[in-house]
Design a protein around this ligand. Structure first.
Ligand code: G3P
Length: 217
């Protein structure tokens, strides 16, 4: 499973790279706003740091606007993926951009029918929002399972990015369901390393090591 980080915060991206576990980055307008920095400054910093796919989102709602923004974003780096919302105009823009060789990530996906349409439009990636479905008492992970089945049934190459991840078990369940990628907020990524028994075990080993005679280190 590939790990993307769901952030526009450059310090968080640097730490995830330092941990050696980062395959890509996803951003959205909310995450860009949270940085408080000029958008182009943030994007350039991210693209300087990351070799893997970096999703940057369009904000126009009409096909011409989305295609224009998508082409602009794609010019910024070979690894830019244009994030487009799941609408009729959005799917027209996906087809146009993909035919030009610009990879797209269809975002705000909440149902299997939306997935079928995005896959038919030729999207490279789809982002089902697991946490936001759970938030409204719906089975977010059930959607990931359905998507895996649907894409496999027809051999679509569209990759699943489990998005709107709230906790480590979302990542684990998405991996069990066969999601290609999870895009994970920094706090969740960090939490995935931790287990209290690991801390207790290290503490006990270090204490016992004190009792070992003639140690080489
Ligand atoms: O980037 C898209 C998605 O991961 C947003 O998550 O936490 O705003 O539902 P969230």
């Amino acid at each position: 499973m590939q790990f993307f980080i769901d952030t526009a915060n450059v310090d968080e991206i640097k730490q995830a790279i330092d941990w050696g576990i980062l395959d890509g980055v996803t951003t959205n307008p909310t995450l860009a706003a949270k940085t408080g920095k000029p958008f182009m400054e943030v994007v350039k910093e991210i693209l300087d740091l990351v070799d893997g796919p970096v999703s940057l989102e369009t904000v126009s709602l009409d096909v011409d606007g989305m295609v224009k923004e998508g082409r602009f974003l794609a010019e910024l780096g070979d690894n830019v993926v244009v994030k487009i919302p799941m609408t009729k105009d959005g799917m027209k823009a996906v087809r146009i951009l993909e035919e030009e060789g610009i990879p797209t990530n269809v975002t705000l996906v909440f149902s299997p029918s939306q997935v079928l349409i995005a896959a038919k439009a030729g999207a490279s990636f789809i982002s089902p929002f697991v946490g936001r479905l759970d938030d409204i008492s719906t089975d977010g992970m059930g959607l990931i399972k359905d998507i895996r089945t649907i894409l496999d049934n027809y051999g679509y190459e569209t990759e699943i990015i489990a998005a709107s991840i709230r906790h480590p078990m979302h990542v684990v369940e998405a991996a069990k369901a066969g999601s290609d990628i999870a895009t994970i907020p920094f706090n969740v990524l960090e939490a995935m390393f931790r287990h209290p028994l690991t801390d207790i075990g290290i503490d006990r080993f270090l204490k016992d090591w004190e009792k070992v005679p003639n140690k080489p280190f």
